[in-house]
Design a protein around this ligand. Sequence first.
Ligand code: GAL
Length: 989
Amino acid sequence: MVLAPAYLSDTAPGSGARVAPRAWLRSDAPTLSLDGTWRFRLSPTADLPDDVAEPALDDSGWDSLPVPSHWVLQGDGEYGRPIYTNVQFPFPLDPPHVPDENPTGDYRRTFELAADWPEGARTVLRFDGVESLYRVWLNGVEVGIATGSRLAQEFDVTTLVRPGTNHLAVRVHQWSPASYLEDQDQWWLPGIFREVTLAARPADGLGDVWLRTGWADGAGWIEPEVIAGDAAFPITLRIPALGVETVWTGREQIGRIEVGAVEPWTAESPTLHDATVGSTGETVSLRLGFRTVEIRGDRFLVNGERVVFHGMNRHEAHPVRGRVFDEAHAREDLARMKRFNVNAIRTSHYPPHPRLLDLADELGFWVILECDLETHGFEKNGWRGNPSDDPAWREAYLDRIERTVERDKNHPSIVMWSLGNESGTGANLAAMSAWVHARDASRPVHYEGDYTGEYTDVYSRMYSTVPETEQIGTDGSTAPLLGCTPAQGARQRTKPFLLCEYAHAMGNGPGALDQYEALVDAHPRLHGGFVWEWRDHGILSRTADGTPFYAYGGDFGEVVHDGNFVMDGMILSDDTPTPGLYEFAAVAAPVRFAFDRTGAVTIENRRHSAATDDLRFDWRAEHDGRVVASGVLPVPAIPAGASRRVELPDVPVAADGETWLTVEAVLAAPAAWAPDGHVVASAQLDRTARPLGADAPAAPRITAWRDAEGSTTLGSAVFEGGRLVRLAGRAVGGPRVELFRAPTDNDEGGAFSDPTGSDGAVPGVSNASLWRAHGLDRLVHRLVAIQEAPGALRTRTRVSAADSALSLTVETVWALVGDELELRVEVSPSAGWPTVWPRIGVRFDLPDDGDPIPSAEWFGLGPRESYPDSIRSARLGRYAATVEELSVPYARPQETGHRSAVRELAVGGLTLRTLPDGRGRLPGFVLTRHTPQQLAAAGHPYELPASGTTYLFLDAAQHGLGSRACGPDVWPEFSLRPEARTLRVRFGA
Ligand code: GAL
């Protein structure tokens, strides 16, 4: 054993021939891609001889590995496994040291330098992303060391590179001092995972180019910064479409250029102009967008207009490639965001692949570009030793932010720089901010951890509750703000506010998106936020028998891990949008409809600056979910921020049944991200002659009850001992009262509750653990009475759990009414139930008998699942879905599939219609192959048992969703407190 190399205890960002960062530009100077297959050798420790550097080393026995890739995602475990942690460090907190057990990958390759490689040019070797520390040799000579996994680094190799064959070697250590600065909530994925390039830098080329743009009052300008040697002049800037051609013969001539009238760049109309900057030896091309970012008082403005972020936190994650970039996939991902009314991206928590920002410029997003920095694991230790406040790390912090800003400074989509995430606070963060302010005064600085606002320009928080967020936005409020004295709080209230993270989208959820949106409408200081997060990070894996599944923390035998906390996206690992994303799209819709009693609709354009001339407004009328009339509303283009009142068409109203009018704003022409006809916003108006329930038949009144036993037949229903056994010609069991649902990740969350106590949640205790403690998942039943009357059957049952005195009384009444069979279930709780309830429902068991129920058809809300606090995207209609389609395959099985306010339902030969309860409420349904108890016991979909039964739940009520996996519990209005409920349905007899 020898000691690990000293650089593995060095807080410096790197050493050797590192060159200063510059913009990532498209250039015609020669480059040579060094991606491809490299020789690879993995060692378990870092104390290795430097033989890797020897050109003559015989590496024929080494493996081959693709670059870019993560070695832990190559092969079948022979190069180690991914590790998932959120806050925890997967190694001892012993900064700046790391353990000797430090997987180290040695990479080697040769490359041929063509004879025409420019002579007299400098040559740089560029790495766009390597995790975490790497040491580079060229032709046997050490080039340097670099860190900053998601940051680009160039080395000057001019004196080492030679015509003909060159030998390149790179040693990558998984753990390094830099790992202490990269404690983001994600997989640890070592390796060279972005491109490696050799680039010629001609002496008469362009050292760096920054075309800062601005826009006001219809006109744009450029403030160019060009770094070049004397030999590079004259230098010409050309923007053909704008007729701009400016020639600079010397450095001193480079100054502001007025381009005159020009379309501005916004996230809604991302107008880009092709530009080139050409020196005598090199031409670079850029796509310019003209826009001005500004903070005025507590408003964040672009081109003078307030921006509202309907944003997503976007990690670079792919189930097979990890953080290796795939442009086609990224483009589709961003187009998908646009289709779901997402207008902003926070690049949590590091700079993405540089091409991502080209895509953001082109498709149109407001981007908060975040530096690669997080030291969250120090929090556990009271932030003692946190690098953020330790001078030994100052250089590393500054190096990181410089490389962040310099690489991406040309992008119009970037409207803010973020110093990093969850790194406590301290002088090094303040120094980063000061550096940005000096370097780029045109964009504000964001960092959430600066609670008191000492060095940041906007006030940012994560997961603040609805009441607290409201207090942040309310003028004159003096409610205390997290971590602030009253005076500091007052200062924070002078700034624009944003939620850099909210609406934690883990599993089934989040709830309350609409409540946050309402705050943004009411308080202009609040500028919206960024959902945590865009996608699940599952890694595609297989069980021993070959069943594919998406792995999360713990699935790779990690020593410490954070389970499925990495599965908290608005889309699943395989890109499937979740119902939560549809909810987001409905809440964030840039067009809003408000119906009034006079038969008109007011259409509000909530966009930043674009009018509605790209939209068409379609309408349709439906009788009980069947279209009877449709057309297009005549709507003039509505400017941003304006509203128009439009008369609604006269629609035929059904004499019997429901009449609904649906209006939709759809794309009138294809966009870069969606076809024409794509629905941007929609709303429904109830035009029913009589309100729902007004003509609901009264429950049959039966008085001739007498005790019964044995079997009973009512129409097509057969009962044995009071229990249903057959209905409509098929075996059916039930109805059995169920209060349990398979806990969602939010039901399992316990850390957060509203500090005002308004949500009634117990801090630190999850609802799911209370449900289990009170036995909601294991209710037992005692039939108390069975009675019959002509054409009717009645039972009373006591429902309770082992070792519990709490109970429910359940009365069911079956009665033939004409050619229908009515079921009425009345559930009454005993006094003293202390917790919220997941649901009040009944379960029917539909055994397959070799013929599993394929699907359901219903008239009700749909097409997707909905819950009381996530129902804004649901629309009344007639829908059909297979049983499999009714459930969302969340990475950890949990409650899913509830369809609200169902009117009619057809399942496996059974047909039923529902009747509203005394307060006009309709039940929902869930149709599933598994019971809540089975779902709750499974950690992954593949763990679910084979099923021979389909279960139909009719739910008089369901509890809301909330976002307590990392945020507030369900708002009281949408919480299901124990209460008496009645459920009424009529089966076709
Ligand atoms: C935040 C953090 C994110 C993520 C999230 C929970 O605290 O910034 O990276 O961990 O919580 O999923």
